[in-house]
Ligand binder design. Structure first.
Ligand SMILES: Nc1ncnc2c1ncn2[C@@H]1O[C@H](COP(=O)(O)OP(=O)(O)OP(=O)(O)O)[C@@H](O)[C@H]1O
Ligand SMILES: [Mg+2]
Length: 297
């Protein structure tokens, strides 16, 4: 079954119906997902560690197929049969780019330049167009000086930038980014957020998975929130989700309590490891030593 080149008239790029996924029998990673993504949506996938964010992105990118339910992309069923058709699969991969949570899982070429060229070489571009696109993408990400280096020898943040470059060089219409700002220095984070803002403004569809709530308002307009039971707890406008303290507490995305940062005590919403939740507002706020203070010794 070939994927048709254009989306159906109602504009839905992706439609997930009753989707569930198990990595092994009885080990649920995602369940009960009904989701629609329209052209130009900027969707955040939120949830605590292990809630299923990366799994949802992999399903949307056609890297895994649902155990139950159906994924439709661009008006056709995205299943093993569709992705087994090489032409259709290639067309899909040009339209949907994914940047993995772990850059190590993404990088496979002998040099940074080869890595960034891999996608464009598979597009219908002339040799000069490929070279220009690769050079432009390397320059845009500040990677020009690293072009001849082996990706596996780079620092974590540098690898992340190469992974981003390898997807941006394809210029896909849908961008899936799994924890994109993790491990990036402040300037690169800011650069990426601005770039994603521009791409969103230019009509790209952007799906970002994260458990970090800061920065999010600049990245997304809407959020699907996954609970620790791997099921959607909400799918609403981002501002509405971020204002819903009870929801964020219930899914373990915030926890309000006081911290010491060195000698400074303050409190703020805080992501918390599963199983260590505090219950109810009435509990007295307590101090929580966070890492080592300069006076620990
Ligand atoms: N390759 C795998 N094999 C078996 N189970 C897996 C595998 N990958 C993920 N899981 C399980 O599936 C569930 C969802 O994992 P997933 O990676 O989608 O979560 P996540 O929300 O992205 O978490 P994180 O915030 O830590 O990135 C978890 O319970 C996880 O242990
Ligand atoms: Mg993940």
């Amino acid at each position: 079954m070939a994927l048709p080149p254009s989306a159906p008239a109602d504009g839905a790029l992706f439609r997930l119906t009753g989707v569930g996924y198990e990595y092994a029998p009885g080990i649920e990673a995602l369940a009960g997902v009904d989701l629609r993504i329209d052209r130009g949506d900027r969707l955040a996938v939120l949830g605590a560690n292990g809630s299923g964010k990366s799994t949802l992105l992999k399903l949307l990118a056609g890297l895994v197929q649902p155990t139950v339910g159906a994924v439709e992309a661009f008006g056709s069923r995205l299943d093993a049969e569709a992705l087994g058709d090489e032409t259709a699969a290639q067309r899909f991969r040009r339209r949907v780019g994914i940047v993995f949570q772990s850059a190590d899982a993404q990088l496979f070429s002998p040099t940074v330049r080869d890595e960034v060229a891999f996608g464009p070489l598979h597009l219908e571009l002339t040799r000069d167009e490929v070279l220009t696109r690769v050079d432009d993408t390397l320059a845009m990400l500040g990677l020009t000086a690293l072009a001849g280096r082996a990706p596996y020898n780079l620092s974590g943040g540098e690898k992340k930038k190469v992974a981003l470059a390898s997807v941006l060089s394809i210029n896909p219409e849908v961008l899936m980014l799994d924890e994109p700002t993790n491990g990036l220095d402040p300037r690169t984070q800011e650069w990426l957020i601005e770039l994603l803002g521009e791409l969103g403004g230019a009509g790209k569809t952007i799906v970002v998975a994260t458990h970090q709530l800061d920065l999010l308002e600049r990245l997304a307009d809407r959020a699907i929130v996954l609970g620790e039971d791997h099921r959607p707890a909400a799918d609403r406008g981002l501002a509405d989700v971020l204002d819903d303290r009870d929801l964020l507490l219930a899914v373990n995305l915030i926890h309000e309590h006081a911290h010491h940062h060195g000698r400074l005590l303050h409190s703020h919403p805080h992501a918390h490891p599963p199983g260590l939740e505090h219950h109810g507002e009435e509990q007295p706020e307590h101090d929580h030593r966070h890492g080592r203070s300069p006076h620990d010794d």
